[in-house]
Write a protein that binds this ligand. Structure first.
Ligand SMILES: Nc1ncnc2c1ncn2[C@@H]1O[C@H](COP(=O)(O)OP(=O)(O)OP(=O)(O)O)[C@@H](O)[C@H]1O
Length: 317
């Protein structure tokens, strides 16, 4: 189905605003003074597990009130505002336990819950959008992970919302299902919808999102397009583990050059741990210094490349 077939019901240009929002559960601060604005097109909410992504999405969907601050859609408070709910669709992370229903029954029930005039037509349209008509008579319990995701998506789309929120939608999907969903979300974004999806996988977000919001440990760590986020990540200091024919000589040559922030010897000079000041400069510097000193490099591997270390760099910088 082409995106233009949804066009009429989409009030293009919806903007979600999170202003000075914190949310705590007993003594756990899940979201800590976060402000962000999410406009039309596709935005990725990136962060490691426990960063507070689901909590933000649940507040944006009207499932959870903020403890302090405001969450609004086009200026209207979202919490306890049924008018706003009518323009928001949520694809939750958790699997709803409706395995005994067929895809058709599940999507139709959602259309009826929304009180849509012609619930049958709305359910048919939503199932066609996610290309699930072929399996609509089968029970959800028999669906693959990707099919479940699509049927959840259809039920979030029955009322043709201007805003679509998806919590970790690519979790557990195979590459083909992932491409299919990406294509679908791109069409939603191109039709003027405000699409926000969460993920802890940078590559996923890079491929799809024009705008990226990064969260770490409840805080808003960075915001921008993927080039800006990439730049923040590659400009940060990097640690490398290096083995060479003469680690001591290489250490002195690197220290003499002054472009490294620190050089440490591991064990009995079996390896070097080098703190590079800047990624690009270091990748040019290291082979040059080694070459000039006549030292053969055996191994150069990044030692702090985990996503968490990248995120914590962003959050402390
Ligand atoms: N209902 C709740 N009761 C108590 N603590 C909660 C609740 N919801 C979330 N938290 C806590 O808030 C923090 C943020 O959780 P949240 O689920 O929002 O993170 P997330 O980024 O979505 O992570 P994940 O990808 O693992 O779901 C975590 O420490 C979590 O344990």
């Amino acid at each position: 189905m082409s995106s233009s077939s949804h066009g009429s019901a989409v009030s293009a240009g919806s903007v979600l605003s999170v202003d000075g929002v914190s949310r705590w559960f007993a003594n756990v601060v899940a979201v800590n003074d976060v402000s962000m604005s999410i406009g039309p097109g596709i935005t990725g909410l990136l962060g490691p597990n426990g960063a507070g992504k689901s909590t933000v999405i649940n507040m944006l969907a009207g499932f959870l009130p903020p403890s302090t601050g405001t969450v609004t859609l086009d200026g209207a408070a979202i919490w306890k505002n049924p008018d706003v709910y009518r323009t928001i669709g949520l694809v939750p992370e958790r699997e709803a336990a409706y395995d005994f229903l067929t895809g058709w029954q599940f999507v139709l029930a959602n259309a009826e819950l929304h009180g849509l005039g012609d619930a049958g037509a709305a359910a048919r349209r939503a199932l066609a959008t996610v290309e699930m008509e072929y399996a609509e008579e089968r029970k959800i319990g028999e669906y693959s992970k990707g099919m479940r995701q699509r049927v959840k998506m259809a039920s979030a789309l029955v009322h043709e919302p201007a805003v679509l929120l998806l919590d970790e939608p690519f979790n557990g999907m195979d590459p083909r299902q992932r491409l299919h969903l990406m294509d679908l979300l791109r069409r939603m974004g191109a039709a003027g919808r405000t699409v926000l999806f969460s993920s802890h996988i940078l590559e996923e977000v890079e491929q799809l999102a024009q705008q990226i919001e990064v969260m770490v440990a409840g805080r808003h760590a960075a915001s921008g397009d993927f080039r800006e986020i990439r730049r923040l990540m590659t400009d940060r200091p990097h640690q490398y583990l290096i083995r060479s024919a003469d680690n001591r000589a290489l250490a002195s040559a690197l220290i003499a050059d002054g472009s490294t922030a620190g050089v440490q010897m591991d064990g009995d000079a079996e390896a070097l741990r080098v703190q590079a000041v800047e990624f690009r400069r270091f990748t040019e510097l290291l082979p040059r210094v080694a070459n000039e000193a006549g030292i053969r490099l055996y191994e150069v591997s990044p030692s702090d490349e985990s996503l968490e270390s990248v995120f914590s760099y962003l959050v402390t910088s």
